[in-house]
Design a binder for this molecule. Sequence first.
Ligand code: NAD
Length: 354
Amino acid sequence: MKSFNFTGLPTRVVFGDGTLAQLADEVRALGCSRAMVLSTPQQAAQGQALMKQLGSMAGGLFSDAAMHTPVDITDRALTQLSTTQADCIVALGGGSTIGLSKALALRTDIKQIVIPTTYAGSEATPIIGETKDGVKTTQRTLKVLPEVVIYDVALTLSLPVAVSSASGMNAIAHAVEALYAKDANPLTSTLAIQGIHALKDALPRIQLNPLDKDARSNALYGAWLCGLCLAQVGMSLHHKLCHTIGGSFNLPHAETHSVILPHAVAYNALAATQAMQQLTQTMGVSNAAQGLFDLTTKLKLPTSLQSLGMTQEQLTRATDLAMANPYWSPRAIERAGIAQLLEDAFHGHRPSAV
Ligand code: NAD
């Protein structure tokens, strides 16, 4: 076995069905007594319900969390936080709400209890992306890692099927890139394989029955494992493409992941043979890129950048963006290959078997 480094991350995880009932105990266990609740506008009613549940420990609700953590929203939340004198945050929602929680922790070191309701995986990472004047910058710091994560399967039952599928493919993308990461190690590869396995089985079942608690439970577990992969190792081509192209052309975050992933995998296939073997075995397919494309199709997710609103004219600019700021990838980043990858993703071609 090759030498490797592994850093365990200090988050307490409470996983199960109905675990939200333990929230007050978790607040007290942190030594806290007043929690500011965060949500998006769409989940404000759930935020209100949490306030009620917290009773005398409720320290106000801020329900304006938004995608990509805009700093002007963080500034408003920060003002409210200072007036409420809360000593911890309770964030209920997906990556957008958790992003706001992390942004507040980054500035104040306040303790965080996060309650994820999507499969994006942000709760497991010491990573924060923030947007100022339309530019998104990302950093890694333990200051933003939540102290406690409460996974309650019951809260995910309301996640619409299409969002569940896209968010689940977003999670799978973290694990896929972890398999061929430069700093991959036996633990992260095990997490990645288990995460992909749980999600590739659970997502089609959720599509058939969104209230299937066993499938929901497996998907949430898989999402956690995939989030741990994102936390542990460096991502490469796929995440770079999604962040630069998605951000520059204002494409929907999770759907961009599901469109790009099969093509990023096809691009790297010959340079990451061990990862491809692990992927084909885990997914029970003969070709990893095609298997991911077929899963996307089965989940009725968009398969082309065109269907997400990108135009043919934007492809050259997209290639320029992908070539800027060189980064590591199993296969070196070559302009002609990247242009072809984006052309294929634009039209939604099924990758060819290599
Ligand atoms: P999201 O948090 O924006 O949620 C999408 C929508 O679904 C929101 O309106 C939300 O309120 C709603 N929603 C969430 N859970 C629901 C539920 N159970 N029932 C009904 N509606 C529900 O989407 P996301 O994909 O979870 O997060 C995307 C954001 O997270 C992006 O900004 C991305 O960059 C960030 N992200 C960060 C990391 C990290 O490690 N820092 C990792 C992954 C994603």
